[in-house]
Design a protein around this ligand. Structure first.
Ligand SMILES: CCCC(=O)SCCNC(=O)CCNC(=O)[C@H](O)C(C)(C)COP(=O)(O)OP(=O)(O)OC[C@H]1O[C@@H](n2cnc3c(N)ncnc32)[C@H](O)[C@@H]1OP(=O)(O)O
Length: 302
């Protein structure tokens, strides 16, 4: 089982290299990340974007991009579509968001002709290595599905389980995170959480153990669960934290990254290929980790 970001990198090295097509690669952290991914034999890259800016950034920061193919497309939507097309045509194993707004990039991913849709829900899964815990946490969905209904939440869990399996977590424990641990009809997300737990108990949602509703404390802390008298196999032991909506997921993602300084990696799954999607403000380390996570997910697909 992969228990830390270091393990994740080591496993990606074993299962790589794969090729990543980068949309709007004119971003210093992205260029540092792909250079490090290449050096460590995790991934090769095709850079799509503003070639002048890409080369200027490389020369100002002494980055050697000579082994990468660069495709010069300045328009962000066009560059995103080209990067996606490199994956759908089989020239790359995964696509990565560079310096482009998430919505523009995701519209290219969802494009009906050359996009990467499969008919399943696509959703974002972030992996965090948090000091003081002996396991990785998966947070979903911080970036794609805005206000998922019950069926979408079920598919978001199924997607996160795929990522958990790529991390060799055999039967991941999933906690539906809400503001409290009791279902309350005035708080619809708690009702969805209870319904997801029931689906899992009835065998309609498999490959994982689902519990909830949980408040965050009793999902991650056995002590908090004990004090509150919550008895459930997921209580205090969650691997996957399902956020009620994009606001909750995004706040949790940014809190862990920017206030707890937890190292992280993130991908979108449910598509034909992994989609590496981090925040533009995330570090090169986090972008490198995300490429590595993409490699692990791609290794499961190809
Ligand atoms: C965590 C770090 C990074 C961040 O901080 S990201 C910041 C926050 N994230 C965002 O701003 C993105 C939030 N999401 C969105 O903006 C939109 O949902 C998104 C993904 C761009 C799609 O919006 P639109 O292009 O307007 O799409 P739409 O709803 O009209 O749908 C177009 C077609 O795509 C399909 N679609 C949309 N979301 C999907 C999904 N999750 N999985 C699978 N298919 C999906 C949708 O069914 C529709 O299909 P069809 O064309 O009717 O056949």
């Amino acid at each position: 089982m992969i228990k830390s970001m270091q393990d994740l990198m080591d496993f990606a090295r074993e299962r790589g290299p794969k090729t990543v097509a980068v949309a709007c690669a004119q971003d210093l952290d992205v260029l540092k990340a792909v250079t490090r991914a290449k050096e460590s034999r995790v991934a090769d890259a095709i850079l799509v974007g503003d070639q002048n800016k890409i080369e200027a950034l490389a020369s100002e920061n002494s980055l050697d991009l000579s082994s990468f193919e660069i495709i010069n497309i300045v328009d962000m939507m066009e560059a995103s579509l080209k990067a996606v097309e490199l994956v759908s045509s089989g020239k790359a194993h995964m696509v990565m968001k560079g310096l482009v707004d998430t919505s523009i990039f995701l519209k290219a991913v969802l494009n009906a002709e050359i996009g990467l849709r499969t008919g399943n829900v696509l959703s974002h899964v972030a992996v965090f290595d948090i000091k003081g815990f002996d396991r990785l946490f998966l947070v979903t969905d911080a970036a794609m599905n805005i206000d998922p209904d019950l069926e979408t939440k079920k598919q978001i869990i199924e997607n996160a389980v795929v990522v958990a399996k790529a991390l060799d977590i055999e039967e991941p424990k999933v906690a539906s995170i809400c503001a409290k641990e009791k279902a309350n009809p005035k708080m619809p997300d708690t009702m969805d959480a209870a319904a997801l737990t029931e689906m899992n108990e009835k065998g309609e949602l498999t490959g994982c153990l689902v519990g909830g509703p949980f408040a965050l404390d009793n999902a991650v802390s056995e002590e908090a669960a004990r004090i509150k008298g919550i008895e459930h196999p997921v209580a205090g032991k969650a691997d996957i934290l399902l956020a009620p909506d994009i606001e909750g997921g995004n706040i949790l993602y940014k809190t862990l990254g920017f206030m707890m300084f937890a190292s992280n990696a993130a991908v979108i799954v449910g598509a034909k290929a992994p989609i590496v999607l981090t925040s533009r403000a995330d570090s090169d380390e986090s972008k490198l980790n995300s490429i590595a996570l993409g490699v692990l997910c791609a290794a499961k697909l190809f």
